[in-house]
Design a binder for this molecule. Structure first.
Ligand SMILES: *Cc1c(COP(=O)(O)O)cnc(C)c1O
Length: 388
């Protein structure tokens, strides 16, 4: 342990604050550390490992593709990316997909599509993207500009211009900004993840969708964290009954492999033309085989189990000792605690449960298929750790 910590310190750029655990293997919702200790995984590598670690079905799909054809570039046709795009479109009603490698890239594509659509329709000065205060959209200079949290911006100026931030759930403010600024798109998360697991209200989402429809502004939903079953629906916007024009997703899509996708509705499906955008790794057959396996398993029955597990967590934690508030949707849950969240996290880790934080909250993002008995054990440990 000391060894790996000092090597990491010496050779890895110092961007991450890591916990003193070296993970070496896992199975399903259990993770094993180098010292032999096992943990219940309540983080899924930040909502990535949708079916936990080394899931048999997923691993078979990935391995089969890996030993056949691992990469071709986008100069040739390959089946997994086409099959995945078809499945995503059939399940969402969207029309076309652009594949990339991360959430930030999926958002970059969404922003480019919205800007080009609006430039062609309304002129080149219609470029401003409206996003929410407290949002998180990625780490590239453009997605940082989209991110409505100042502390991410400091010392990286100038960021990409053309972003304004409005307060979530303030419909009047949104209307005012849209009437004053030439808006090329409205981009938001259904549940702000990094911002503290805060769902936007249904009324707000409906109002935004209405404004977008009336004024021909693309409604863009960032489903990087909320998507792919995480919130108890295939995509969280489906819980709101709105129809976005552009959906970006990543994290859980590949089940542990890097893949981003930007889904385009009928309105914007032909905005991107040859040369407008691209990605060397985008649509990589191995990542797409993994994603195809993930998405094909997220049927109604499976999603109902996600919602049942969510309800169980809410019931167990709401009103428990030391817990002020439980927020979130599906298996994306935030817990406001009396104790400092970092202390709760460490106490859970000591007891063999790995959780996350978001701002000053505990955040839970367990594998979507976590067995009920492991979930019960983990929730009991979390309850104890929160109790004061
Ligand atoms: C994680 C996240 C991103 C960034 O994804 P990367 O894969 O790290 O680039 C963007 N938006 C949201 C909502 C996220 O949670």
């Amino acid at each position: 342990m000391e060894d790996i910590i000092s090597l990491d310190k010496q050779y890895i750029a110092g961007t991450y604050g890591r916990f003193p655990v070296e993970l070496v293997s896992g199975k399903g919702s259990l993770l094993t550390a180098a010292d032999g200790k096992t943990y219940i995984d309540m983080g899924s590598g930040i909502a990535v490992s949708a079916f936990g670690t080394a899931d048999d079905v997923w691993a078979a799909a990935v391995t089969q593709q890996l030993t056949k054809l691992q990469h071709t570039s986008n100069l040739y046709y390959t089946s997994p990316c086409v099959q995945l795009a078809k499945l995503l479109c059939e399940k969402t009603g969207m029309k076309k997909v652009f594949f990339s490698n991360s959430g930030a890239e999926a958002n970059e594509c969404a922003i480019k599509v919205a800007r080009k659509y609006s430039a062609e329709k309304k002129g080149g000065d219609c470029y401003t993207i409206v996003t929410l205060c407290n949002s998180f959209h990625g780490r590239t200079l453009t997605t940082l500009a989209a991110t409505g949290q100042d502390h991410y911006h400091e010392l990286f100026q100038p960021l990409t211009p053309g972003f304004v931030h409005v307060h979530a759930n303030d419909i009047e403010e949104l209307k005012r900004v849209v009437s004053q600024v030439k808006v090329a798109g409205i981009l938001m998360e259904c549940v702000q993840g990094e911002g503290g697991v805060l769902p936007v209200s249904k009324a707000y989402m409906e109002a935004a969708a209405e404004i977008c429809r009336e004024q021909d502004i693309p409604l863009m939903i960032d489903e990087v964290q909320t998507g792919n079953g995480r919130c108890g629906a295939l995509y969280a916007y489906m819980n709101y009954g709105v129809q976005p024009d552009i959906v970006s997703t990543a994290k859980g899509l590949g089940g542990g492999l890097p893949i981003g996708a930007t889904l385009l509705s009928k309105k914007v499906q032909d905005v991107l033309r040859p040369g407008d955008h691209g990605s060397t790794f985008g649509g990589n057959p191995v990542c797409c085989a993994g994603a195809l396996s993930v998405i094909s398993r997220l049927d109604d029955r499976f999603l109902e189990q996600v919602r049942d597990k969510s309800q169980y967590i809410f019931e167990q934690l709401q009103g428990a000792s030391g817990i002020q508030e439980v927020t979130g949707m599906g298996l994306m849950i935030g817990i406001k605690t009396d104790r400092d969240a970092k202390d709760v996290l460490a106490a859970c880790r000591d007891k063999g449960v790995l959780c996350l934080t978001a701002k000053d909250k505990i955040r839970l993002l367990p594998p979507l298929n976590i067995p009920m008995e492991l979930l019960e054990q983990a929730v009991a440990v979390i309850r104890d750790a929160c109790a004061v």
